[in-house]
Design a protein around this ligand. Sequence first.
Ligand code: AHR
Length: 500
Amino acid sequence: SNVSLTLNPAFRVAPVRRRTFGAFVEHLGRCVYTGIHEPGHPSADEDGFRTDVLELTRELGVSSVRYPGGNFVSGYQWEDGVGPVEDRPARHDLAWHSTDPNTVGLDEFMAWTKKADVEPMYAVNLGTRGMAEALDVLQYANAPQGIALSDQRAANGHPEPYGISMWCLGNEMDGPWQAGHKTAEEYARLATETARLMRQENPDLELIVCGSSNSQMPTFGAWENTVLTEAYDQVDMVSAHVYYSEKDGDQASFLASADDMDHFIDSVVATADHVRAKLKRDKRIMISFDEWNIWYQHRAESRPPSGDDWPVAPVLLEDTYSAMDAVVFGNLLISLLRHSDRVASASLAQLVNVIAPIMTEPGGGAWKQTTFHPFALTSRYAVGEVLDVRLDAPSFENQRFGSSSAADAVATWDDETGTLAVFVVNRGADAPLALDADLASFGDLEVVEALTLHHEDPYATNTQAAPETVVPAANDSVRLEGGRLVGDLPAISWTLVRLA
Ligand code: AHR
């Protein structure tokens, strides 16, 4: 069967935003320790950062990195992580039942962001702490020298303010698992007052208020309504988080996960715009999709230690991703791009080892999971304007949505260079699809490259021993015939076609 696409340079959604390609580094498992930071590792630089991970981070095309959590941040004391390393206290992290040696903190993270060439996004603790500590860390990070906290930063070797622009007002504050979780009313007041104070210090901050932890929360929608009604004038974005996985062998529903992400984004936009109407405001609240990924939460590797065991940097949430996971993942990026008019920022959760595209062995190598590839290629080649794609494809039945389109696609068009990138997935498990895209309105184009990520075994994975098992390969069937782009899209596959 066919998937026919209609594309036109006039079908503009919004400019591609670099911040769509953010990631997340949490003090969780081996994301920080033996992930980005491992003094003594053969590749470690003078600051103890693994240069193999830095190189892969740059290759991944990460734009911004959220830090330091996650659930971790809701019990975190940022002061533990600054000053002479030998004086820093080790602490229990209750969120992940681990011990944090605090040898990495804000200053190390900022040094790492410079080397990785990424923008920082910093989350404050509104779980066990509040306004005063949020203001303190803001002054430590952003104030010019001359006050106590900025002088402390200078004394720690960092005279220049960091100028961190994006700040998250806590993390998943609606979740009962969160340290200090709150009702919508409690959080709305705290977030609003914290934001007001932070803006008095730095008027131009971009502030992100917590939305629901996921769209299945019983208070989803109502939470956003209450929180935004209170905080509307003080914040710029509301957060959204989601994790998908194949559950109970229901492959078809998993393959259609991006339908849920579309619906999720539309619902948050509708709620934010409802508050806008109610308050008679002009400004629009944008979405910070600051946690998204595939995560097999029921697997043993996601269970934190317990009892007297409080390890440093344990193996936690180290999911191994399959070819099918990478296809669904690539489709989630299609959904995020398609919503670039309202999704102003996004963070893949997470970057290294913890549900991550990059894996490391302590003292050993680093390798790319299957999901690395759609992220890196989308980040690199989505340039210019996002174009809406009109799509006609067969549908497939699934429990979650009833019926879903077997194909999904988005495109980007760069006027300046005359470059078109088409991202398309075949979400059907059974049959290839024949691509037929009408590109007549773009004038003369040639196919520069067509890459497809597919494996005959959708459950094939990349391992340290065989890291190239699932990688994108040239799709030689893709070609132009007249003004039409044609080719074959195998079952369960993700494809990028670049034209110029
Ligand atoms: O990314 C893993 C965890 O998922 C984060 O700590 C938390 O915010 C979310 O529930």
